[in-house]
Design a protein around this ligand. Sequence first.
Ligand SMILES: Cc1ncc(COP(=O)(O)O)c(C=O)c1O
Length: 371
Amino acid sequence: MLGFDLLWSLAMRPLVATIDLSAVCHNYAVAKRCGPGREAFAVVKANAYGHGVREVVTALHDLADGFAVACLEEAAQVRAMHADARILLLEGCFEAVEVQLAQQLRLDLVVQSQQQLDAVLAAHAGPPLNIWLKLDSGMHRLGFDADGVRAAHGALRNSAQCNELNLISHFACADERGHELTEHQLACFLDMLDLDFDQRSLANSAAILTIPAAHMDWLRPGIMLYGATPFADLSVAQLGLKPVMTLSAQLIAVRHVAQGESVGYGASWVASRASVIGTVSCGYADGYPRHAPAGTPVMVNGQRVPLVGRVSMDMLTVDLTDLAQPAVGDAVELWGNQLAVDEVAQAAGTIGYELLTKVTERVPRRYLNNH
Ligand SMILES: Cc1ncc(COP(=O)(O)O)c(C=O)c1O
């Protein structure tokens, strides 16, 4: 009889997220090519958009000019993996005491409010920080208005706490090409440039890919690194990006269902013909969107089939009636190389960002090209 440990090493629920790290490097290089001569913070917040911050930072270690994160915990994680990289703390410090930690971690620090400014100016000990003053150019989420930036610039310019003094802002609608708010935000940003800033940063993925006038000194690519598109009308392939995560499962059951029978919770889907129904080893507790409607595409044996019935916690069901000889164990792709995550997101009324960041810890990640 096989030992317990050996049995465990053979056991595996048929669901895995395969992450191609060479695709992340390719996509970072695409961002850099879009803005020749610019530097780029690889945005690795939220566990590198669900892909695994350790592996992504390691893959980009010698390539990326810097990394951007949302909070101090994430910054500390990246610093532990990279002694020298510039690490941009996008939301700044939430508590005054965090400024000292930011100094110790040698972070590039966003300052987006008067409280944050006061906390930086009150910090005595420690090396001076690279400060990124955040301009609220029209998104109205974080940042100073134009007068606030001017006042903060005056307060910081010659302060002992400040090394580089930089300007940053963020677009609300860069993913909708030609949106008038984008023009307004860009003009608002450019209006501040009579002030003396060392570095400027404005462009997220959408702006990197389509708005050269917004590139400034530092790009901030996020979603494009992970092989998803920020645009509803431009695919990953059209943008020259490579998909990174492939979420693969298997058929764990196949059954015949008579016309008029229902499938799944709530009996919400009813077979309009005699049907073959496949049950797939992936559910909403794995991060597949529960609200994905019937008809959302799923790949089985390389062919597109529609989701039917409600997504359950650990399983979902698909209509295999038009497939030749489907069988238990057949390969299923929820998204990835064969089916863009953006297409699934669109069908489910959400965005690729949400699907990728919500793949849960239960799903093992398998890394390709991680040397
Ligand atoms: C301030 C900031 N910059 C850059 C990014 C990266 O954006 P994207 O993933 O659209 O490239 C984000 C992501 O939300 C952000 O909040």
